[in-house]
Design a protein. Structure first.
Length: 231
């Protein structure tokens, strides 16, 4: 029964079926399956499935969006269950994430947010069309480790450079890592503006953030690139 519940939950997430996902999480909790097992062996594997579909050209951005939305809703229920049990998801770090000023697309950003959350990061999503100061001010408020900025528009690229400049000018380089991503954002661009990291996919972004959290912000650093398409 447990295996079937978790498998069905995975498929519900992969197919973006939020109502089915929430129902299956409740059934799994009622069956006594630990919340973390539901998360790791059920919900998270659903995101693995849709990511594989996307990489193989069997799914597209709309499918990723609805799967990400389903995952976000399911994560809230699972995390609430963990708290009720008096436990916690080991926090790997705190991240402020948002879409650069001028860009109102949020599909990719929301998927990355969900993936980071499920992997133990505390994520503060500041939304779309976010000005540079909002990233910095929010990072200060929540004591963030990483600031993540995305854009799908070339016209918003300069704002990424502005964040780097602001961090350097205010002598906060040892407080935050700054990572970037999005359609027109390339590894070379990330290196040129001296961002701390670049990732191609949401799963790459998770690996990137894990890697950065293993480092010391005060150490000399180069741009870390995570690209699952490069073998």
């Amino acid at each position: 029964m447990k295996e079937d519940l978790l498998k069905n939950l995975s498929m519900a997430i992969a197919d973006g079926e939020t109502d089915d996902g929430l129902r299956l999480v409740k059934e799994a909790l009622d069956a006594g399956i630990p919340p973390l097992e539901i998360l790791n062996e059920g919900a998270a594997k659903g995101m693995d499935i849709v990511n594989e579909r996307y990489n193989e050209g069997e799914a597209f951005l709309p499918e990723l969006m609805v799967s990400g939305d389903a995952m976000t809703d399911v994560i809230k229920v699972i995390f609430d269950a963990i708290k009720k049990e008096g436990g916690s998801v080991t926090k790997k770090g705190t991240i402020v994430i948002g879409q650069a000023k001028g860009d109102v697309h949020d599909i990719g950003k929301n998927i990355v947010s969900a993936l980071l959350s499920v992997n133990g990061f505390e994520v503060h999503n500041i939304g779309v069309d976010a000005p540079v100061k909002k990233f910095i001010e929010t990072a200060k408020e929540v004591n963030a480790d990483i600031i993540a900025m995305s854009t799908l528009l070339t016209t918003s690229l300069p704002y990424m450079k502005d964040v780097v400049q602001y961090i350097e000018d205010s002598n906060q380089k040892d407080k935050y890592y700054f990572i970037i991503g999005g359609g027109p954002v390339t590894p070379d661009f990330a290196k040129n503006i001296k961002a701390d990291g670049w990732a191609r996919t949401g799963f790459d972004a998770v690996d990137l953030c894990k890697k950065l959290m293993e480092r010391d912000k005060k150490d000399p650093r180069e741009t870390v690139i995570f690209d699952s398409e490069v073998k």
